[in-house]
Ligand binder design. Sequence first.
Ligand code: TTP
Ligand code: MG
Length: 377
Amino acid sequence: MEALRKIIHIDMDAFFASVEQRDNPELRGKPIAVGSEQARGVVATASYEARKFGVHSAMPSSRARQLCPSLIFVAPRFEVYKEVSGKMHEIFHEYTDIIEPISVDEAFLDVTHNKPGISLAVEVAKEIKQKIRERLNLTASAGISYNKFLAKIASDLRKPDGLATIHPSIAQDFIDRLKVRDFWGVGPKTSEKFGRLGINTGADLRKLSLDFLHHEFGKAGIIFYSFARGIDNRPVEAVSLRKSVGCEETYLKDLNDYDSKAAALGDLAEDLSRRLERHDFNGYTLTLKIKFADFTVRNKSYTRLGTPVRSVADIKGIALKLLDDINCDREPVRLLGLSVSNPPGAKDRPEKYYDPRQLQLEFDKYLSSGLDFDMEV
Ligand code: TTP
Ligand code: MG
């Protein structure tokens, strides 16, 4: 039999709200909601203090205010959340490159073969939690098991700042006692339907045949059948992503002197900066590519550690320096190109980097959670 996998699910606690409380001490210990209090605003998330009043994600702000009159509304700062998320991923990559982001604050990690060679997945999870606390000043909850379904459930068991393992030896018993509404993929509609069928727990679910579940719930029914038996073979799917962003231009007339080359690089710098913005890409290395009239090509790179190369002024400044290094003022040039590469945390994983575009937050997406199979049935 194949060795069991070791999967960790990490989920930050009250993510947006915790970041706001971290950055503004006046909000600490208080009931806060991230979102807008305007007429049709909704709560993105609430601090644990506010949750005591029943305030939760996706609740209309007016309702939240009724439940908790002292509630403080804070506007979201998505850029900051994305940045924190990027740093979380840098920590994850210290252990494994097999990382599947689920949302801005959630990811699966396959640590069966982890970089430091730690044998117990729970130890890996502890270290990750500790690094998140030390470096980011935030808390995360971690769930550990041999598949994604159970790891995800485990991370919710002891929130906030939780750590829970569902060991294979207790998994079946655990699932039997689990409420079906807590199964991954069971949303309100599916839950109601199970209720009508008299199915309340995992043990009830396990009594149903595959045919019956398939008939009633379609594809999701087959998944529920497997989940009820502790089976979930879905791999942790790492996203393979962009390594660089660049642009280049072939000129109708060769660029023969320094001024025309410098001016062309100024235009390329503007173009590149816009592209970096659009792709939300950061990298520490700028590369200048020059194709001469005789079609020979030269590349020259400059790496600035610490701050990614992003602004027009930065790109242009470095590009001109590289042009000087190549020392080709008089040589006719037919093409110039600029690219930024070497994203943060890419050292150990030249092929992969975590693309913040994955983190683009849409309230709508959350409101109709992608994890809810109701959508499909
Ligand atoms: P969650 O991980 O679902 O929630 P959370 O981190 O706030 O709280 P918990 O401790 O229970 O994990 O979502 C992560 C962030 O995504 C959350 O802080 C805000 C955002 N979000 C929305 O904008 N709308 C939503 O409906 C949900 C559920 C989350
Ligand atoms: Mg969370």
